[in-house]
Design a protein around this ligand. Sequence first.
Ligand code: KIV
Ligand code: ZN
Length: 524
Amino acid sequence: MKNNRIIIFDTTLRDGEQCPGASMNLREKLEVARQLARLKVDVIEGGFPVISDGDFHAVQTIAKEIKGPIIAGLARCVPKDIDAAGAAVKPAGKRGRIHVFLATSKIHREFKLGKARDEIIRLAVEGVARAKSLVEDVEFSPEDGSRTEPDFLIEVCKAVVAAGATTVNIPDTVGWAVPEQYGALIAQLHASVREFQTGKAIISVHCHNDLGLAVANSLAAVRAGARQVECTVNGIGERAGNAALEEIVMALKTRAEFFGGYQLGVNTREIVKSSRLVSRMSGLVVQRSKAIVGENAFAHSSGIHQDGILKKRETYEIMDPQEVGWGVTELPLTKHSGRAAVAVRLRHLGFKMTDADVAAIFARFKEIGDKKKFVYDDDLVSLVEGHITEVPETWSLDYLSVTSGSQTVPTATVRMKKPGAKAGESEVLQDASIGDGPVDAVLKAMDRLTRTPGKLMDYSLRAVSQGKDALGEVTVKVDFNDGNLVVGKGASTDIIEASARAYLNAINRHLTAQQEGRRALPQP
Ligand code: KIV
Ligand code: ZN
């Protein structure tokens, strides 16, 4: 049976989020999931439900709220994981999928699991059968599949398909594969398992980018018979990341004649918006020259190229930038714009906001509108994202004053509030500090006030929109001496204030996580 569609399985919220420092709160995950639904991916892997209450709740909420895509939850081949994944995806009804995995390669069998081949098969079959008793749609992944002996991999595929798996994913877990060899492996599996030919089950691929080959390997696999590709927006993920969704989709679309003209459900015009949202929510900056979504992806600087483009765009552009969502801008708002206009623009940008959300964003909009002439869509998106990123405010910033200059010792005075013992009361504390620079002075004062000292591991600043009065958006990664990286974000027309807001956001996130007692990722 000819299956003419490639299923795009997005794992930004699961494998992508496993990237150090990229963890997102529920609100952020939900916003990303909504955008993935607008992007029209086929499957959203929302998380690994057994890992923590937070992950369970996130997958369950996504399953409840997001209409359209299949919602998947990951599970090791153990009953408690499978049951948790089943319960989390339940609200999605028939669109719920359990994704079970178990390592199959010799090195994993011998050194990680201490299990023989027949035991692996038995566990895989039991896991798939248990998942099948909870949902109709079951996917199985032989972890480290690309390094598994092909004859054993075929045996595993046959056994899990017989047990009810309708998708068998072959992960290149450690990014070891190269395109010709990986393509040949997929072709061999396709030729050896009858259900892959009849369409009763499909082959999926899941490639990591350790050798920079994740996209090339995934595309080679499609040519060899794979019908689902697992990927993440901007290619985020563990270590060097996963295959980038935007590159897979645009390669299949732009070179459709080469790949066989497969149908894709993705609305490519939502790609740039998705990339920006994921970048801001995860705190992972997209490199300027990144294919499709980097700032320079469609910027032509050479005179010869510019001349060619003006004569005929296709001379130097293989894709229309608008096809992936570049250059779609609206008239900016100003400080005279009312709350209704802001609410309409937020809706138009795709945000689902309550009245209370709009009120909070409108208050920040007014502050910004007083400082800059135009408030662009990107400014507004940054305010929304700042709002979504907010965690319960253990501490809030009340006042900030900084002196700095070429002949002055940078000095910061900071006043902060924290809730008092009784409801409605707050305690106000003030301190001053000197530092190597104005940002350093502010952060040192905040460390002392909150008694939550952190090591600043990464700091980035970017202009959200154009012009000298552009909003500056700061992203920090902070280690609060427990080995975890906490991301904080803040925006303001004043970059020192943006830095203080970002650091405060990281402190509050860290304190909230401590209160919730989040657990670390268990070993599969
Ligand atoms: O890379 C990997 O092997 C995975 C599996 C859980 C699919 O992420
Ligand atoms: Zn992975």
